[in-house]
Design a protein around this ligand. Sequence first.
Ligand code: UT7
Length: 310
Amino acid sequence: MKKIGLLSVGAYLPEEKLTNTDLEKMIDTTDEWITTRTGIQERRIAKNMLCSDLATRAAQDCLSGFHTHPKLIISSTSTNEYRFPYQASTVANRLGLIGIPAFDLNAACSGLIYSMAVAHSMMMTGNITTALVTAGERMSYFVDYQDRTSCILFGDGASALLLSSDHPEHEILTIELGTDATGSDCIIMGGPEQDFYFRQAGKQVFKFAVQKMGELIDSLKKKIGWKAGERFFILPHQANKRMMESVAKDKGIPLENFVINIEKYGNTSSASIGLALKEAWEKNLFQKGDYLFLIGFGGGLSWGAAAIRW
Ligand code: UT7
């Protein structure tokens, strides 16, 4: 069977920071509340950039140094500035990737994993050897900065992955997707009138995420035949540090096995897993043979998990 690997990861973060101290001046909150409840200290805000600008920069970062011309582009986003042109078309145009299939995919915070899964299966069944997946989110456009329960959570950013069957060394072993659609209205954003700004049933989503992450870790381990003692890292969607601590405790997994960078960027929706992956890769955290479990969850209520062998 064809093997598909992760050849490269890219990232882009806007320069402007919004710190907890800044938020203390805007709403009735404290650095202490935000830090202890979420682990977030600051986030990035795209002031003069569009969502597609962020995704384009991440894609450029991902492709830099590679003389490759992807044969497919999928852009995960819930926050593009237009419905048309859809984001993948804008990004493809700017990168000069003309004539290839390009489309957007919205699966909220699980969108990067969903996009990976679609790219992976198109590569498996077709003659596509290289695919670019971007995840660009400008959450700040949909955040009500008077709502202290949500505005403290989000930041803007983008990540991108390059998948290749010519270079399968960081092989994607398995991907699992799902949606508990009974929770479809637990996270709402971008609708008419009062449904425009982000809002969520926070506690319900928290419970769902902790339980689902635990189940997905077990399920991935089983599917790939993980054996006790083998090294693995979890790269979860960065929604709340307390969630990762809960999963670590429930499953008896050291917190050091979780790649966490939420303190710097907050929740960047579908971009967050790629941002964590980029940072960990640059720090040489992974050794040959390690397993990486990428785990997304969020609106839908969706989930997506991928196992990669380093
Ligand atoms: O990526 C999308 C998926 N989303 C998630 O994964 C989010 C999951 N949920 C969460 O992460 C948590 O539920 C939140 C961080 C959103 C909220 O934490 P919580 O521990 O569930 O807090 P809460 O909503 O129960 O609020 C506790 C208290 C309330 O006050 P009372 O009613 O106890 O007096 C809130 O009004 O904290 C208050 N509060 C705040 N206080 C200071 C809420 N937001 C703030 C704030 N600053 N920013």
